[in-house]
Design a protein around this ligand. Structure first.
Ligand SMILES: Nc1ncnc2c1ncn2[C@@H]1O[C@H](COP(=O)(O)OP(=O)(O)OP(=O)(O)O)[C@@H](O)[C@H]1O
Ligand SMILES: [Mg+2]
Length: 252
């Protein structure tokens, strides 16, 4: 069964880092093929994966809006978008990467966005795993640009504010009745032991805490040098926790 994992959470909590480490884990375990989706308009997942991207879905949508009036009769707009989607899909060893980017021009993106969502659902069913990196907040999810999600990871820093934000996101998910299989809390960048107040707040917010990832010197070193996270030391404390997290999710 294909599994779609997406992340959400407030800005700078480690969403992109965790997506890159999950992809790193899946590659090492040969749990391929993987579809990596960078759904953050300020795209950084490609850098973390050490690949260069030229074209984004934003470009496709712009082209589509520019051309749609002039398209010859009978050209099916859906198939045009789908075709272009394959054109910009970046094929790497073990994973493919799609970068959403953002539309530049004026005009309504609702129609192409909805076609895109259907194409994305169709596309992701061809992969064993789809990993979606999102921008901060819930806009992507409330607008359903992500398509169906099996596992949503709410990423928080180890602060009361962070946990409360994750709680608010969870409430929004419940109220909007979104198509999300399960959602879990991940606390990232914990410098030492977990404070009791944080655990209490987690319970109060009814969040399901799946994993705690430590503040990791190896990630910081990688960051300074700009080394892609795909090359992070296998023994790095954060990566060991990602392994535990993924074993819980995949049951293996
Ligand atoms: N466990 C960790 N240990 C040390 N540094 C970390 C850890 N997790 C993330 N970082 C660092 O924190 C910073 C923010 O991480 P990241 O870019 O993944 O966050 P984000 O949630 O994707 O941010 P944005 O909301 O801007 O997309 C980065 O410099 C990253 O290297
Ligand atoms: Mg990010």
């Amino acid at each position: 069964m294909p599994l779609t994992i997406a992340v959400s959470g407030k800005g700078g909590t480690g969403k992109t880092t965790i997506c890159a480490l999950i992809i790193n884990y899946l590659l090492q375990k040969n749990l391929t093929p993987i579809l990596a989706v960078d759904a953050d308009p300020n795209a950084t997942l490609a850098d973390s994966l050490g690949v260069q991207v030229e074209n984004t879905i934003g470009n496709i949508l712009d082209d589509f809006l520019k051309q749609k009036e002039g398209l010859p009769f009978g050209v099916i707009k859906e198939s045009m978008i789908e075709y272009k989607l394959f054109e910009i899909l970046l094929e790497e060893k073990g994973f493919d990467l799609l970068v959403m980017g953002h539309g530049e021009g004026p005009g309504c993106y609702c129609y192409p966005n909805s076609v895109l969502r259907d194409c994305l659902d169709k596309l992701s069913s061809k992969y064993r795993y789809t990993v979606i990196d999102n921008q901060a907040g819930l806009e992507h999810i409330s607008r359903r640009t992500n398509g169906d999600i099996d596992v949503l990871l709410l990423i928080s820093d180890p602060t009361l504010k962070g946990i409360k934000t994750a709680g608010r996101l969870q409430n929004m998910i419940n109220t909007l009745n979104l198509k999300i299989g399960k959602s879990f809390l991940i606390i990232n960048r914990l410098p030492g032991d977990i404070p009791a107040e944080i655990l209490e707040e987690t319970k109060r917010q009814n969040l399901d805490l799946l994993e705690i990832i430590p503040e990791d010197e190896d990630i910081r070193t990688n960051d300074i040098k700009g080394t892609p996270l795909i090359n992070l030391n296998n023994e790095a404390s954060s990566f060991r926790k990602i392994k535990d997290l993924m074993e819980k999710l995949t049951g293996g």
